[in-house]
Ligand binder design. Structure first.
Ligand code: PEP
Ligand code: MG
Length: 755
């Protein structure tokens, strides 16, 4: 049987009238089901809405028993309605009772109906409910009718999203849209943040669904698609994108989709059926999102994600909205939620109002993570579907330590976290009070505490945390957050700004340490079996001297008239340092020849992070002005424990006899040679470990800014002489106690050392 009402456009016109009427939500739903039943010529039309407890409740019906409204319910996955909700897919059945999923609800009196058509009520890929029609006869519903149902479902989805249905929800049964969600991701940047969701790319909510003039909408679509194609072509041809790389692949995929006839045809069809251009894109996008949620193949999922992004861009083109929230419009406690974002975009928000960051993607070495860490923004990554689950303004908690996110948290969770944040704030206040106190042990041993940095945004910490200087400036970070290779001038400008911001405090620059896990998106990635031991850092610099020379020139110019302190990473042979040194000397000559000013003093050092240097210490110390122990790499190579592999993270424990002996060998040799020695690995930033280092004889430690307070609190309560007297004999062969960690913990507890 063919529906006898004139097409979907008439239905949409009627729906628009119903939406505009000043009536209650219940009355509106009641009218909608009558309208659909008439349009599809169905005996029954019902709306089920998904509650926070996973139950689909009957909210309105034409044809079933009226007293079943707000009484009849099914769980997600139960019956045909539950199946549609679970799979987010329509079901069109001429003989519903024969379907294995069929479940009979006696309270509704639906026994006589045979044919069944149900569509999910979707918004941004999330199921919010199910819309159903039923007939006594055995009929297959036509494609037009499925379309009409899907469009009506969009209208109902907007009612749910606008909060209209909350008023008619039964007490204690909130809708699914407000359900608390506990999501597990990956901890990317430490700290805990409580606040409210700010969507980085807010979903443009299409409220104008129904077209007045279909031809006009088709033209709008065509023009927007053309603009979209041009903007992608522009991006692809701009010099910013390297010939090969992730960015380019994504854009190529966008270009392919933007020219995909099938996709565009689907949108055009929806317009012909009476939707506005943006509502048509939204409808096709919604189907896409539902497919995406079901997709398990990671490659296809990624492609669907791309298409989803593209649809979003198209909606923005149509609605003329290009940008996310302005920094000035952010709430005081913004938690940014994004699929992914560039480092520069995060910086654009400004630090003041951001309490946290949640990403669907993002890994430990993504640029945005590096910047988030530098800014001290608690961050959790790889949180599936968070963008479609969250709504702007929702309460949210980011736990950057456990890698967890609580969206719309229950009150007890919120209270527990608020207490945790207060506790941390009290500790921070205690540490701040130590800022200007001398960094001296109880027995008068001075310890220099420096900080590690890598971006300009790190520099304010120098004063805030009271560091003596920057013991390790990781120059590769500027390269990692840039979208193309920084030119000499840009490098020079950054180093100048860093030196200016340091205001006379010493900065130890480290030459580029790229390669290994530090990948530059615009540099062709080389596949290596063991990248940590591969073509990285100084090895790359010596083999491609152009790169190193440019950086040296930028540093020498930036430090003109001041002191330049520079060290080289991943040195395995003394000769490598000598080569790097002669390259610097040649650059100085070059600059002098061209009448450029050069630094007043230059001090060149080496990072001790390859164990082979332990057996060349005397030769090395003869040539260098200083050394710095990179304990992260030194330990990973010394004990053959990958620093980035979570499977062996328990074994990454540098407090072991052999490694402490190695560290002692270094500090003793440096002291004998009167060469300054610093330790700048993560080890220096943990109070117990830092205590051990002081016990070994280290007097200069460099760490992340957040560690300065805890380490200073520790050392001010430590008797260094006493510790050395008890620790050092334990490193001698034959000592009965070999568990050094236990000894250190006992010592700290007996001596009241603040750990
Ligand atoms: C180290 O290896 O200890 C170090 C400080 O350098 P990075 O962590 O940058 O490799
Ligand atoms: Mg290193």
């Amino acid at each position: 049987m063919r529906s006898n009402l004139a097409g979907p456009r008439l239905l949409l016109r009627r729906l628009r009238e119903v939406m505009a009427e000043p009536i209650t939500a219940q009355e509106r739903l009641d009218k909608i089901v009558v309208l659909i039943a008439a349009n599809v010529v169905a005996e029954v039309c019902s709306v089920y809405i998904l509650r926070a407890d996973g139950v689909l409740e009957l909210y309105a019906t034409e044809g079933l028993k009226a007293e079943a409204v707000h009484q009849a319910s099914l769980r997600v996955g139960q019956g045909l309605v539950g199946l549609i909700a679970a799979e987010a897919r329509p079901l069109n059945l001429p003989n519903a009772r024969a379907h294995p999923g069929f479940a009979y609800l006696p309270e509704t009196g639906e026994e006589e109906y045979n044919s069944f058509l149900g569509v999910p009520i979707l918004r941004a890929g999330r199921t919010l409910g199910v819309l159903v029609v039923q007939n006594k006869s055995h009929r297959t519903y036509l494609e037009d009718e499925v379309e009409a149902m899907q469009t009506t479902a969009m209208v109902i989805a907007e009612m749910v999203a606008a909060g209209e249905l909350e008023a008619i929800a039964q007490k204690g049964t909130g809708l699914d849209l407000s359900r608390p969600i506990h999501a597990i991701g990956v901890a990317l940047s430490e700290g805990v943040g409580l606040g409210h969701v700010v969507l980085h790319e807010p979903r443009v909510v299409v409220t104008n669904l129904i077209a007045e003039d279909t031809d006009k909408e088709s033209h709008r679509l065509e023009a927007a698609i053309n603009r979209l194609r041009l903007s992608i072509d522009d991006l692809l041809s701009s010099g910013e994108i390297a010939a090969i790389g992730e960015h380019r692949d994504v854009l190529e995929a966008y270009r392919m989709f933007a020219n995909d006839r099938g996709w565009i045809r689907k949108i055009e069809e929806a317009i012909r059926n009476g939707l506005t251009a943006e509502a048509a894109v939204e409808k096709v996008q919604s189907d896409m999102r539902a497919r995406m949620l079901r997709q398990t193949d990671p490659y296809l999922r990624e492609r669907l994600h791309d298409l989803d992004d593209l649809a979003h861009r198209l909606i923005r083109e149509l609605m003329g909205r290009q940008h996310g929230p302005l920094a000035s419009e952010l709430p005081q406690d913004a938690i940014i939620v994004a699929r992914n974002m560039g480092a520069a975009e995060l910086l654009d928000y400004g630090r003041d109002r951001i309490r946290g960051l949640v990403l669907e993607e993002g890994g430990p070495t993504s640029h945005v993570t590096i910047v988030a860490r530098a800014l001290g923004i608690p961050t959790v990554g790889q949180v599936d579907d968070i963008v479609s689950l969250a709504d702007a303004g929702d309460a949210i908690i980011v736990d950057g330590e456990a890698g967890e996110v609580y969206l719309r948290p229950a009150t007890d969770v919120e209270n527990a976290y608020a207490e945790k944040v207060r506790f941390r704030a009290r500790r921070q206040a205690q540490y701040r009070r130590l800022r200007n106190k001398p960094s001296v042990t109880k027995d008068g041993v001075e310890i220099s505490l420096q900080m590690n940095a890598g971006l300009l945004v790190d520099l304010p910490h120098l004063a805030e945390a009271g560091a003596a200087g920057v013991g390790l400036f990781r120059t590769e970070l500027q390269f990692m957050v840039a979208s193309s290779f920084p030119r000499m001038r840009e490098q020079q400008a950054q180093y100048e700004q860093v030196l200016d911001a340091a205001d006379g405090k010493p900065i130890t620059f480290r030459s580029l340490d790229i390669g290994g896990d530090k990948v530059l998106p615009y540099l062709r990635a080389i596949q290596e079996e063991n990248p940590a031991m591969g073509w990285r850092a100084l090895r790359l610099g010596l083999d491609r001297p152009g790169l190193l020379r440019t950086q040296m020139r930028a540093l020498l110019k930036a430090a003109a008239g001041r002191e330049l302190k520079l060290m080289f990473p991943m040195v395995a042979e003394v000769d490598e340092f000598l080569k790097a040194k002669s390259l610097v000397e040649r650059e100085i000559k070059h600059l002098r020849r061209h009448n450029h000013a050069v630094p007043e003093t230059i001090r060149l050092g080496v990072m001790i992070e390859v164990p082979s240097l332990l057996f060349q210490l005397d030769e090395l110390l003869h040539h260098v002005d200083f050394v710095s122990v990179g304990s992260n790499d030194l330990f990973q190579f010394f004990c053959a424990v990958d620093r980035g592999n979570t499977r062996v993270s328990e074994r990454f424990d540098p407090i072991n006899l052999a490694f402490l002996r190695a560290l002692k060998t270094i500090v003793d040799a440096a002291n004998r040679a009167h060469i300054p020695v610093t330790l700048c690995g993560e080890l220096a930033g943990r109070p117990l470990e830092a205590m051990a280092l002081i016990g070994l004889g280290y007097r200069d430690l460099s760490m992340s800014p957040a560690s300065l307070g805890p380490v200073k609190a520790m050392l001010r309560s430590l008797d260094a002489g006493r510790l050395s007297a008890r620790l050092l004999p334990r490193l001698e062969p034959g000592h009965p106690e070999t568990n050094i960690r236990e000894f250190l913990l006992r010592f700290a507890s007996d001596m009241d050392v603040a750990l």
